[in-house]
Every structure is written in C-alpha cells, then in structure tokens.
Write a protein that binds this ligand. Sequence first.
Ligand code: ADP
Ligand code: MG
Length: 511
Amino acid sequence: MEDAVLLKDIVKAFPGTVANNHITISVRKNSIHGIVGENGAGKTTLMKQLYGMYRPDEGEIWINGKQVVFHSPRDAINCRIGMVHQHFTLVNSMSVVENIILGRPVLKYGFVDIRRAKKEIGLLCGKYNFDMDLDAKVEDLPVGLKQRVEILKALYLGADVLIMDEPTAVLTPQEITELFVTLKNLRDQGASIILITHKLSEVMQLTDEVTVLRDGRVTGHVFTKDTNEQELARMMIGRGLLLHIDRQEAKIGGKALGVRNIRCKNDDGMMVVNDVSFDVHYGEIVGIAGVQGNGQTELIEVISGINQEYAGRIEIDGQEVLTKSSPWQRRAMGLGHIPEDRQREGSAPDATIEDNFLMTTYRKPEINRHALISRKKALQELEDMVREFKIKIPGYRAKGSALSGGNMQKLIFAREYNLNPRCLIASQPTRGVDIGAMEFIHSHLARMRDQGKAVLLVSNELSEIMLLSDRVLVMYEGKISGEVKAGELSEEKIGLLMAGIVQERGEQDVE
Ligand SMILES: Nc1ncnc2c1ncn2[C@@H]1O[C@H](COP(=O)(O)OP(=O)(O)O)[C@@H](O)[C@H]1O
Ligand SMILES: [Mg+2]
C-alpha cells in the first residue's frame, strides 16, 4: 500500500537558516507518526509545506502515491490534508458551527444552510464520540474544546491526514488524556495523524512510529515499540537525559514569603482564590500543583502584584507588602517572577530582543547605579545569557515577536535568573521549551535553592513538580486542598488531591 504522505528530500531555507535540510519522511496510512525535535529543529516549517503554506525550495511531496504541488492550503485541503496549528485560528465571537463551516459553507438558495451543516457536524461528532455544544460561542469554551473545534473543522473539510502541531502544550492533563483518546479513535477509523511534539512521554504513549529532527535534518526514524525515551533523547539532543537533579540536602532558612488568607474574585465576581495561606522559606522549593483553572494563576497574580484587588496579607522577607504595591515595588523587596503568560505579561513583542531583556535588567543596582544606565554592561549580560542558555535569536535588534515561543521563554527565564532575586516565583517555567532547555531551567532552579534562595514553583506538569519540589501544595477550587511534605511525595497522593477526591488541609497547618 502506498504511503498516505511522502515528503521526499525537502529543502527549505530562510535568510540565515536552513530550516529543512534534505528531509525525507513517509507517513503510513492508519498510523500516528510522531515528529519530534527541539525548538527550532524545523518541525513547523516542514508541516507548513505539507499544508501548502510554504513552497519547498527543493524536494517533492507525494500524497497517496501521487506527486502534488501545493500553492495554498486550499490545495492541501483538496488533497484531504488538515492542520491544527499551534495557535488556534478560530473566530472567538462566533459559534462552534459557524467556525466549522467557515471553510466550506453549505449553500441552499444562496444562503449558508446552518441546519444542514449542523446535522452533518452532528454526525461527525457521533462518529468520533465528541460531546460538543454546537451553538456555544467559541470564546466561552475551555482550551481543550477549542482545540476539538479545530479538529472538527479539519474533519468537516474532509481531512484524512491530520497534522497536529504541539497540540498538548496548552492543555490540562485531563484534556491531554481526552485528546489522545480522540486521536487514537481517528486513527482506528482510518486517518493518518502527524503529531508534532517535544514531549517524549507523549510520543511513547501515542505514536506508532517516530521521526526525529535536529537542526533541520532527520537524525532518526524508529518504530515506537522498538525504542525508549533515552534513545529518542539522544537522537534529539545528542545526549541522554539527566534522570535526576543533583541537589544538596535542604537547608531550610527563615521565611522568604508569607501568604495569609488571600481571597480574590475574577471578573465575573466568582471567588477564585478562597482563603489561601502558606509560607515559603529560604533554601526550599515549594511546588504548587493543580489542574489548570483552580486558582493558581489568580493566586500568583495577587502575590506578584499584577492584581492588586485582593483581601489578605503578603510578606516578603519579613516585610509586609502594601496591597497596592506594584509588581516593581515587590521586585524591589526581593521578589522575582517568571510570569505564566509570556505574551501578555512577560514580554513586549514589538520591542527589540535587547529591550525585552533590558526592561528588568535596567533596574538592577549594579547597572542602574545613581540612575546612570550602563547599556553596555547590560548588553554584555544579555550576550552571556544568550550563550549560556543557547537562546536562538535572529539578532539583538530583531523584534521579540521574531522569537519562537520556546526561545522567548528561555529569554524571560534568563532575564529573571540574571536579576538574582532572593525569592523567585516560577509560573509554568518550562511551558513550550524543549528538553535541553527544560533540564537547563530545572538545574538552575535547583541551584538557586542550593544557594539558599526561595522558589515558589507553579506548574501543571506533575513530573516537574515531583522532580524539583521539597514540599508540594495542591490547589483545588481556589483552596489549598492539601500539603505533601518532603519524604511523603507521591504522584498518586498529589493526583488524588488535584482531582478533589481527597481534601486534607486544615488552617491549623499554618502558624
Ligand atoms: N518565517 C520564518 N522566517 C525566518 N526564519 C524562520 C521562519 N520560520 C522559521 N524560521 C527558522 O527556521 C528554523 C526552524 O523553525 P521551526 O520550523 O519553527 O522549528 P520548530 O517548529 O521545530 O520549533 C528556526 O531556526 C526558525 O528560527
Ligand atoms: Mg514549531
């Protein structure tokens, strides 16, 4: 049987980079084919050619045994290729049905026949076991369901090859489980799925075979059943994984951060953080685990000063923080913050990479002594960080928006690390970064703790929480549902607390 897709000797260059350097990949019918590689390996570029968004400089694309040339995504769609992008392309103010039929309106007397479209989409939902309110507005849907709308849209357009570009980066663990069920279901009903990811555990769980890219080239192709994470990591980054982080015994110091009875509401007036109290000491990493949407984001917005509408008390290094203190005032008290939303709070996409780094570095005393800014010294630090963190940048004067998400995350981490705060809040610090950078960030967080600094780590990745934390607090429905102390850490225990099945924390736990 011919392959569903054959990419043959594809070359695609951008000024200064060969993103795809003679890549050949064949995707079998009825299979899930993983394409893995670090940030910048060339995965998205390759897929954009298969989806008709770029033309290859060299090489051939074959679909079902026939050579094709795509001039636009329309051509790819006509060959039954569908793509779900890293960033969704839905119109938020429209309903699910309206979004799905945008690509292919059903006409009846010249009007869009919503009823018929709904019926067809309903049948698709039935076939693939999707539980979906077709009249809901897209903006009201959680991320997992928005993604499902994107998948439905591709299926409605007739896709039998579905490209998923890093689909799990934005999902909760439960949504990931549901997505995997969906993808397996699609495969079992005849589709071919190309799954792009840099998470090796996902590859092992879901795929039938894997192609590994590194620096624009194929460094390996294996059947999933014949490989393991270590081997894939070696092909991906040229070395094996660090399975644990060397760290010293905890030397717990004084109180770095005190949080007492914090309450805050969201825009709809719902109490999303409801009486949260805890301490973080110097020399420890305290993890906050929880399923996304249980108040973690709002809690960190309060502690960091992004949201100043809250009740309760916060102390930094023994000093009380005034409710109305700005994020900058809190930084001056010793609090560093790697924000979870790097597009909105962490970075300025229109500013240059230099300025994105300098926006906090300028406030560092050595650089900003007597208000005299030494741009040269700051830029030297930036260069050191770019080298040390292996941040891929097109140039220091390029706009922040030119960086891939993973590289922007590295830049923000480098910037905050470089400020050397005594207490650091790290929110989803490795979201979207590849395993090389992830290990780098992890070892730097552990190093900060070994140096006697305090770290509050908030992450949806339970494995990250388990790897780094000395102590774990679990948030559920706006409260701390439990605390798991060092020596008692188990994934199962945390999982039960995360799901709200066990709740065990009373206020007496905090002095
Ligand atoms: N539109 C573009 N213009 C210039 N360079 C690009 C463009 N798109 C991607 N690149 C570069 O090509 C390389 C591969 O990028 P990409 O395909 O996005 O990688 P991946 O998806 O594996 O993270 C990177 O070095 C990236 O900076
Ligand atoms: Mg990509």
